[in-house]
Design a protein around this ligand. Structure first.
Ligand SMILES: [Zn+2]
Length: 662
């Protein structure tokens, strides 16, 4: 994290907001200082638990996690921009967390304040392990960036308590109702070298869905606490507790829980070389991308229970597609790519990040979407209907505010998505302009990337490896993996550079120092093994706008089309196309024109297509036997992630298209 600096026209629009706007704004939100926003109570809860204030706990049982995600985002932001005041504020917040921790290591203000001494008595709904997981992730990030171990030690104490408690007979087969602790314990094991944390994570995933089913029978226990007062019966499938994880073949239940679990499954499949677990990860991934994912990388199509439903059930105007779910899915894809070396997973990760995750935040960083529909008619988004959860404009904050700080930590850690670094190798995943400082045999090697992506398919990498090159680039392509001696007699190992070729990239062309080369391609990565000194690699590809169609089994999209350009999904907005977007038809045979609009939403590529509009009748009758005429019209499309940044209004991704008889 400390070795990559993002310098990119597209991404910096968001990443620069993180430190300048979002982190300070969210700190005020956590302290209930944002006017007209739903109160968070988060810091106040910590102060009460620490004995610094009087009062009762307020908010959701997992309210503490807002602070955890904020601290994690601060950690990442400090990796690319030193900020003494922010670090001091974070250190103070960490001390507050430490003060709210109980003697035995327990950390959760909801239970410390509301149910003293009654820890881990409702794992189904209490989110205690989930909350601990987010704090562990934050502590690991803070330690890795700042080198300070205060926060890490606080969370080790909590993790030690978890390892002790969850190996007692009282907790045989016990798991958390909301996964997160599993992936966090893996990170803690990685950073501390303490294998018991990884082993605990492995136990948690192995217990899931196994008999005796702890979560299903938990409420029968004498010491059970009813924290949620939910009168609905517990659904095993909701928390992926319906089958042992290796037998799960379809993505089920609450989408965020599911993908957080899958992240840990991938981590642990790799750590323990567990092929059955890896196969389950692949099955679940394929089920999502082939049958249960929106074009935008959104997942979880039901507004009720925020969950997956059945294959091809992808409604556009009532869907949930929580921002957190796409973040978790991107994290899962990243792990799958890193373990397998297959760039196909990165295509999906990029789709989720550049569409749904970015849609979750306004371009001023001050308002957020929790839910990401693909079609909005603001007038019918009213409470107590199936669109109860759809907000046609971004909100300043949410009482249940999992998404805004999750988006922040994702943007702040963008470098982790851009590339993977290994010994003498670098995998370039996202085409973000940046400078990466890495090593070849302990010697510095710098890679500076310039990119016009996603506006143009043009990426340039300037590699500075220090040594002098003895042979031509062409010769070097055949010198795979062997050492070379430079002019000064210093021996260098070759450094492997893998550049992702996305599935949407047409006619990919590579040059080294202006000379055309044809690299070997492995699992979607162009592979260059060279004794780099000072070379420039250029990668260009075509990325024209194209109409796409859903499998006709997707009821919501049958007979419809959508426009994409590279990884970006485009949408119609009322601002450009007038009201009633449902009356529009696209002419998919006519060419799509692309224009770069420098003054529109910070500069963006706009797409223009031809189409028809159902003419509005003179008559005001609701129904009529008269077939309405279709009028010629032009259609204007903007990237989905930028919708809702101008005047509030209608939005649609999928539209009808004209058939030949029209
Ligand atoms: Zn969320």
């Amino acid at each position: 994290m400390n070795h990559i600096r993002i310098e990119d026209a597209f991404w910096n629009r968001y990443t620069k907001l993180v430190t300048a706007e979002i982190i300070p704004y969210q700190w005020r939100a956590l302290n209930d200082q944002v006017e007209d926003a739903e109160p968070s109570h988060c810091i106040s809860n910590f102060r009460i638990a620490a004995g610094l204030e009087q009062g009762d706990f307020s908010g959701w049982v997992f309210q503490d996690t807002d602070l955890a995600k904020w601290l994690e985002a601060v950690a990442y932001s400090l990796s690319y921009e030193q900020n003494t005041n922010l670090e001091k504020l974070a250190d103070e917040a960490i001390e507050l967390v430490g003060s709210a921790q109980e003697e035995n290591g327990y950390l959760n203000t909801c239970f410390t304040i509301g149910y003293p001494g009654r820890q881990f008595k409702n794992l189904k709904e209490g989110h205690e392990l989930y909350t601990a997981g987010h704090f562990i992730e934050a502590a690991v990030a803070y330690y890795k960036v700042t080198g300070k171990d205060r926060f890490l030690n606080i969370m080790r104490k909590t993790a030690d308590l978890i390892c002790d408690v969850f190996h007692t007979s009282r907790y045989e087969n016990a798991v958390c109702g909301h996964e997160e602790i599993e992936l966090a314990l893996v990170k803690l094991a990685d950073v501390t070298g303490e294998e018991k944390y990884r082993s605990m994570a492995f136990d948690f995933i192995n217990r899931r869905g196994c008999e005796p089913n702890y979560l299903f029978t938990e409420s029968d226990r004498d010491d059970y606490i009813d924290v949620w007062h939910d009168k609905n019966p517990y659904l095993n499938v909701y928390g992926q507790n319906h089958l042992p994880v290796r037998e799960q073949k379809t993505a089920e239940g609450h989408a965020v829980r599911a993908v957080y679990l899958y992240c840990a499954m991938a981590d642990l499949a790799y750590a323990y070389q567990d092929l059955a677990l890896w196969q389950a990860c692949e099955n679940l991934y394929r089920n999502i991308v082939e049958k249960r994912m929106y074009l935008t990388g959104g997942i979880g199509s039901s507004g009720i229970l925020e969950r997956f439903t059945v294959d091809y059930d992808l409604p556009n105007d009532t869907n949930y597609s929580e921002s957190c779910a796409s973040i978790g899915f991107a994290l899962f894809c990243r792990r799958m790519a890193q373990i397998s070396g297959d760039a196909g997973y990165i295509d999906t990760m990029e789709l989720a990040l550049m569409n749904t995750v970015l849609s979750g935040i306004a371009m001023d960083g001050k308002s957020f979407f929790y839910v990401n529909p693909l079609e909005v008619w603001p007038r019918n988004c009213i409470p107590m209907t199936d669109k109860n959860h759809i907000k046609p404009i971004r909100q300043k904050w949410f009482g249940c505010a999992c998404c805004p700080p999750n988006i922040t930590r994702t943007l702040a850690s963008l470098g982790e998505y851009v590339c993977f670094v290994e010994k003498n190798a670098l995998w370039l995943n996202l085409f973000a302009g940046c400078t990466i400082e890495t090593e070849r045999d302990g010697e510095p090697l710098t890679i500076k990337i310039d990119s016009r992506f996603p506006y143009e398919g043009r990426v340039q990498l300037q590699v500075d490896g220090g040594g002098e090159l003895k042979h031509t680039a062409d010769e070097a392509r055949h010198n795979t993996g062997r050492s070379e001696t430079d002019a000064s007699g210093t021996e260098h190992s070759s450094f492997e550079l893998r550049i992702r070729i996305p599935a949407y990239a047409k006619n990919p062309c590579f040059t080294i120092d202006g000379k055309s080369v044809t690299p070997q391609v492995e699992h979607g990565y162009a592979v260059f093994r060279e004794n780099w000194s000072h070379q420039c690699i250029s990668f260009t590809f075509e990325m024209k706008a194209q109409f796409v169609y859903a499998n006709p089994a997707v009821h919501a999209d049958a007979g419809k089309t959508a426009l994409m350009r590279g990884p970006l999904v485009y949408c119609l907005e009322e601002e450009d196309n007038g009201e009633n977007l449902a009356a529009l038809y696209a002419d998919t045979n006519a060419p799509v024109r692309e224009t770069f609009e420098p003054d529109l939403m910070g500069g963006t590529v706009v797409l223009h297509a031809s189409g028809r509009r159902v003419s509005s009748r003179e008559s005001v009758s609701l129904y009529s036997a008269q077939k309405p005429a279709l009028e010629e019209t032009s259609l204007t499309f903007v990237p989905y992630h930028s919708w809702g940044n101008r005047k509030p209004g209608e939005m649609a991704v999928w539209m009808k298209y004209m058939t030949t008889d029209q």
